[in-house]
Ligand binder design. Sequence first.
Ligand code: PLP
Length: 416
Amino acid sequence: MSNSNIPFLDLVTPHVELEQELTTVFLQVIRSASFVGGPMVENFEKAFAAFCETQHAVAVNSGTDALRFALIASGVRSGDVVVTVPNTFIATTEAISQAGALPEFVDIDERTYNMDPVMLRQYLEQKCTKDTSGKLISRRSGRPVTAVVPVHLYGQMADMDAILELADRFGLIVVEDACQAHGAQYFSSKQNRWLKAGSIGRAAAFSFYPGKNLGACGEAGAVTTNDEKLAAQIRMIRDHGQAKKYYHDVEGYNGRLDAIQAGLLHVKLKHLAKWNEQRRERATEYKRLFEANGDTVSTPFEPSWSRAVYHLYVVRTQDREGMMQCLRAACIGTGIHYPIPLHLQKAYDHLGYVPGDFSVCEAVASQIVSLPMFPQLTDEQQARVVQEIQRFVASVAASRPALSDSAKLEMIGEKG
Ligand SMILES: *Cc1c(COP(=O)(O)O)cnc(C)c1O
């Protein structure tokens, strides 16, 4: 078997394959000198809204801004609490803070790694109280809880029926963080149909950072919503609070998207459904290989109500550091998404959380590894990844009885 490099992610191949179409976009933009906003952006917005099965998409300059604008336009106010999970990229909570709100966390489900609706219910029922006017107040911070941000992490959607039901009961705004879930689907028992990521909450945020399932050749993002007023408001917020040039209804932001990115995204969007299908096939192949080779790691769990798009392929193992080192030695790229839960990040010292507050998330964060995952990954490459992991696990098992007492102690220490 070849010993060539297996990258964690291949961003070169898809762009080389589409080089001509992408170059045409570049030429169109420089010849029209329509650089920011304009028809290229509007056409992409229409196409992306259609892909997400929503009425509107508003293109902005990043996923972080998409989430911030969605929260602000949905009615999250300065001083509010927005509930989310600690197992996500920091942009989720940055957007919450930048909207003037305070993030508070609930733990994740051990199998899906997404928001656990039982934990959300416990938080709302036990960690909150109602004030005299009937407002839901967080006991922890004394502030009103107004919104919840479920994150569809790794390309799999959170359990939205259960989350929506709680949001309804407690009067919360739901904004989806769909930054890793372009095209993911959720079967709503309540509506008895499959729903696309980004079409369920009041609004949703998408990122088109290059490595996402749909990536720009630079920074980009979008908000999707079925609410026309909300869409109009986000269009204003992204453009200095103006609907008409130099008539500023509110203070906004410079959050517009470049025409060139919209044009490039529009070309790539045509391939997204196929790429997502290929990612799903790669996931099925990993699962088959791991099952055939002694189940050396825990593979991702996909509930019957989920069609995940595998932005990342995350497995769980006891010996993470050793396994990653072994894969690195075999020139196989890996990652950890994410090694430190948000509630334990230095940036959130002021929130006052301590280790043990979200034990599921903490245990998961210490054991997860993301394996190579991209549409062009081959059977041979996957076989090599699984074989290297199997070899590593076998070598650990074989070396164990022969370890000296001091080495054993060291290993225990390392795991602690
Ligand atoms: C990528 C990402 C973001 C932020 O998107 P940017 O475009 O990088 O600003 C937010 N949330 C999650 C879960 C992400 O993966």
